[in-house]
Design a protein around this ligand. Structure first.
Ligand SMILES: Cc1cc2nc3c(=O)[nH]c(=O)nc-3n(C[C@H](O)[C@H](O)[C@H](O)COP(=O)(O)OP(=O)(O)OC[C@H]3O[C@@H](n4cnc5c(N)ncnc54)[C@H](O)[C@@H]3O)c2cc1C
Length: 395
């Protein structure tokens, strides 16, 4: 099942072989959509022994993404343990609340671990191939895409879909003129190891030059906690010095990479900027991770010719967007849905594949361009990033 090791014989049917690189959210969603559409020769190649949350915590999914999950057999009740649709924006001055606004989110919140587990548990046997870090992409003499893995083996496929995240190998190989740019601030994340009875809505504290979000989360061990994200400005030089690599290299910072010096610095900012209840959450959380916020030029293509076939970029591999847009995982799921339709029209109705893929990318690129343009504006309005807006002083 799945892609063919270079040395092994061709499978006996005429199904296209599809290699999906990345086993987090976008990749397994596409695999399940393809399974449902009758594709049988699909592999999900994942670099790690088992996908793990990198900066993953609470993820807001809009209704279309939730409906796609429902359609592949993942009911909302399985991935949405806390059903509130409300967003509470708390305005803060001098660490005190000065007002709040309630809005309704057009979707619900899930958690990375819950969603990833639900997806991987449903993959057909043998489709997920862990420890397969893709390193390069070449073309064989008969026009197939050939993937080489860090451990030395190689495999061929008719189509390669890169869903390998913010620091995508696929993007580097297919679209090298679009490097990541550091946006000048970092999302620090953690999970308070217990719930807060008063917290049921997604709550956003908005002092100028920072933002603090929190929402309940069902933790990996089944207990209820509070997932929080604390955005803080930090220069690229500071990041590199304190976290050991440039922010466009270390695109996720794991708990063991956060030393006492940087922890003390973030805690000091929390005590200076946040209302005491929010600062207390940061302080009471032992283990943090972080994601430097990055930007990228808008993509012009999602589909790239490779030999006689195609390679495709999806989700964060295509373009990571600022978290304030809450669109990253939504894009990946929506794009996977559209791609599965294009491929299925080709398989079952003999549609021209090139035209179907072209139509697909023209439908989905505008949403990505919009989010790439919106994100920096939202960050700047909050006083975050390299071009923050000045703080508005009330008249
Ligand atoms: C603070 C924060 C808050 C967010 N909130 C939201 C939100 O509310 N709503 C929303 O929609 N999005 C949100 N996002 C964005 C969302 O988390 C990402 O868009 C989403 O995780 C992208 O999923 P993905 O599957 O495309 O990539 P990833 O989750 O990055 O997964 C990529 C996978 O590919 C694997 N991989 C990498 N390289 C290779 C290789 N060479 N070979 C094989 N495998 C490889 C990795 O191990 C990983 O498993 C948020 C992000 C952050 C940082």
């Amino acid at each position: 099942m799945g892609i063919r090791d270079s040395a092994s014989p061709a499978p006996g049917d005429d199904q296209p072989s599809i290699a999906i690189v990345g086993g987090s959210i976008t990749g397994p969603t596409l695999a399940l959509l393809l399974h449902q559409a009758g594709f049988t020769n699909v592999s999900v190649l994942e670099a790690s022994p088992r996908p793990h949350a990198q900066a993953g915590g609470v993820i807001g999914l809009e209704h279309s993404a939730l409906a796609t999950l429902d359609a592949i057999g993942i009911p909302q009740r399985e991935v949405v343990p806390f059903p509130s649709e409300r967003v509470v924006a708390v305005h803060v001055s001098d660490r005190q609340e000065v007002g709040r606004v309630h809005t309704i989110y057009p979707g619900r919140n899930t958690g990375w671990h819950l969603l990833n587990t639900a997806l991987l548990n449903r993959l057909p046997d043998g489709w997920l191939q862990p420890n397969r870090a893709v390193r390069s992409l070449t073309v064989t003499d008969d026009g197939k895409a050939q993937l080489e893995f860090a451990r030395g083996q190689a495999a061929t496929a008719d189509m390669v879909v890169f869903a390998d995240g913010r620091r995508s190998t696929g993007r580097r190989l297919l679209d090298p003129s679009r490097p990541l740019h550091y946006a000048g601030y970092v999302a620090w994340r953690g999970q308070l190891p217990h719930g807060l009875p008063e917290l049921s809505d997604f709550t956003r504290y908005e002092p100028h030059s920072t933002q603090f979000n929190c929402f309940p989360i069902l933790r990996k061990d089944g207990s209820i906690g509070v997932d929080w994200t604390f955005y803080l400005n930090m220069t690229g030089e500071q990041f590199t010095e304190l976290l050991g690599a440039a922010p466009t290299q270390r695109t996720y910072v794991l708990p063991h990479q956060i030393g006492p010096e940087v922890r003390a610095m973030v805690l000091e900012q929390a005590r200076r900027l946040l209302p005491p209840a929010a600062a207390a959450m940061v302080e009471a959380t032992e283990e943090w991770n972080a994601a430097p916020i990055v930007d990228i030029d808008p993509p012009q293509h999602m589909v790239h010719p490779i030999g006689a076939g195609h390679a495709v970029l999806l989700g964060d591999a295509l373009a990571p967007v600022r978290p304030h847009t809450a669109r990253g995982a939504n894009h990946g799921i929506d794009q996977a849905h559209g791609l599965s339709i294009a491929l299925s029209q080709h398989l079952h109705h003999d549609a021209d594949l090139g035209a179907a893929l072209n139509g697909w990318q023209h439908r989905y690129l505008p949403a990505v361009h919009h989010a790439l343009e919106l994100g920096p504006r939202l960050g700047s309005a909050m006083g975050l990033g390299v071009t923050p807006s000045p703080e508005l002083v009330p008249a």
